[in-house]
Design a protein around this ligand. Structure first.
Ligand SMILES: Cc1ncc(COP(=O)(O)O)c(C=O)c1O
Length: 433
């Protein structure tokens, strides 16, 4: 089959997956989405990224506020309506008899869900554990690795605080050595990043920690290159994929890492409080579970799921989010969100006093972009945007990074981004006058 035909065939197959199940997604969206997809089926994903008719169908599948413009989808994303409905349905069912409906009915859905997540991640289902967020996934690995006093870990000062604090706790408790390198982002040369990691590795380094998409300013890290280099030095590699999974078009094995954790309530738009952990099959046995398990040295990935009573409706709602995601497709989603980021960033980058803190090149960025205005603190900018324009962003003041972080999602309209661009222009002009 020629490459183009094969690609369309694969796209159609992925789409068929989302539509073929008797899901809420199918009931709500099959007709509209099939028609919208047919209308753009002959176009490549870069062109579809700019097709507002196609994306308007997706925008209508959300119930986001009309009172505010939410540009902090990097923090947590809203779920599409069908995902909310699934959670509500499972919640109502649960409350008709919790111990029966949770432990005998909804619990039956965990294994099919594991397979569905594994299919999306491109891994074996026997390597996927379902939990509540990236913090839980990555802390399980950080605390569970059999590291001993003097063993070294290399990370960066730009990693997420919950992971940095876990390493610090291990340093205090177990005497491991936590070495943090630091970057001045944006960087548009992957070799610079890989070299900085390599220089920090010593013969005692056992683990290298990489944040796939850096939360502060959205830098995309060259995970595969760093992982290959780290493995050549005999180190294992753990990846924080909080922002990358469900956004970037990749499969976990592409990263060449050993451990991966993510939050499904970010770009996958699954119910809030859902996460996933991936551990390479032959490494499962040696990781201690964070909570208890009858046989903690078991090679069964399910040993990480002894989390006690938790929300089964949230967990089962993940399935509808995967249906929703697959009906768009990872490549289309990545390109659209990148397009939206550059749509606003290109329009403000030359405004006097405005500074971008993120690359505009798709090799180094996607959804997240930092922006600041000379003479305005991050907090002032965030507050002014909300008070005057009802635009919600997040102010970042961390180490040398001072900006607001702006993150659109698939439901974000270009009209809303035009309002944001106008607001930045007005605030910058008021500082100049
Ligand atoms: C890079 C990164 N890792 C981990 C997390 C933690 O995510 P969660 O709060 O869902 O555990 C975040 C949260 O924003 C993040 O940005």
């Amino acid at each position: 089959m020629p490459t183009n035909d094969r690609r369309s065939f694969l796209k159609m197959t992925a789409l068929a997956g989302a539509f073929s199940t008797n899901s809420l997604f199918r009931q709500a969206h099959a007709a509209d989405w099939e028609a919208a997809s047919r209308a753009v089926g002959h176009l490549d994903s870069g062109t579809i990224a700019q097709n507002e008719d196609y994306w308007s169908v997706i925008q209508r599948s959300y119930s986001v506020s009309t009172q505010i413009i939410n540009l902090n989808n990097g923090g947590v994303s809203p779920s599409p309506i069908v995902v909310q409905q699934a959670v509500e349905r499972y919640n109502q069912m649960t409350n008709e008899g919790p111990s029966y409906y949770m432990w005998q009915i909804l619990d039956q859905g965990r294994e099919p869900l594991r397979h569905k997540l594994a299919n999306l991640a491109g891994t074996s289902a026997e390597e996927i554990a379902i939990n509540r967020n990236s913090t839980e996934a990555l802390n399980t690995i950080i605390y569970g690795l059999p590291l001993k006093a003097g063993d070294e870990v290399v990370g960066t000062k730009q990693d997420y605080p919950n992971m940095m604090n876990a390493y610090r706790q291990r340093a205090e408790r177990d005497g491991i050595v936590y070495n943090q390198i630091s970057f001045d982002f944006p960087i548009e040369d992957n070799d610079v990043i890989v070299k900085a990691y390599e220089q920090a590795i010593t013969p005692r380094t056992k683990l290298v920690h990489i944040t796939h998409m850096v939360n502060w300013t959205g830098q995309l890290m060259p995970v595969q290159q760093i992982a290959d280099m780290a493995h050549a030095h005999g180190c294992e590699v753990i990846v924080d994929g909080a922002h990358s999974f469900g956004l970037l078009d990749f499969k976990i094995p592409d990263l060449h890492c050993d451990y991966f954790g993510t939050s499904l309530h970010k770009f996958l738009a699954a119910p809030i409080g859902s996460g996933m952990m991936w551990v390479k099959k032959d490494k499962i046995e040696k990781i201690w579970p964070l909570t208890c398990y009858g046989n903690p040295r078991s090679p069964d990935i399910r040993k990480f799921e002894a989390l006690g009573t938790r929300s089964f409706p949230i967990e089962q709602g993940i399935g509808e989010a995967i249906n929703f995601h697959e009906a768009i497709g990872s490549r289309r989603k990545q390109e659209r969100v990148f397009y939206l980021k550059n749509y606003w960033a290109m329009r403000v980058k030359d405004v006097p006093g405005v500074k971008l803190h993120t690359s505009l090149d798709p090799r180094f960025s996607c959804a997240i972009c930092g922006v600041s205005i000379e003479g305005v603190t991050s907090n002032q900018l965030m507050t002014t945007l909300f008070d005057r324009y009802k635009i919600h962003t997040v102010g970042i003041d961390y180490e040398k990074i001072h900006c607001i972080r702006v993150t659109p999602h698939v439901y974000t309209t270009t009209a809303d981004l035009d309002k944001f661009v106008g607001a930045i222009g007005e605030i910058a002009a008021s500082k100049k006058s």
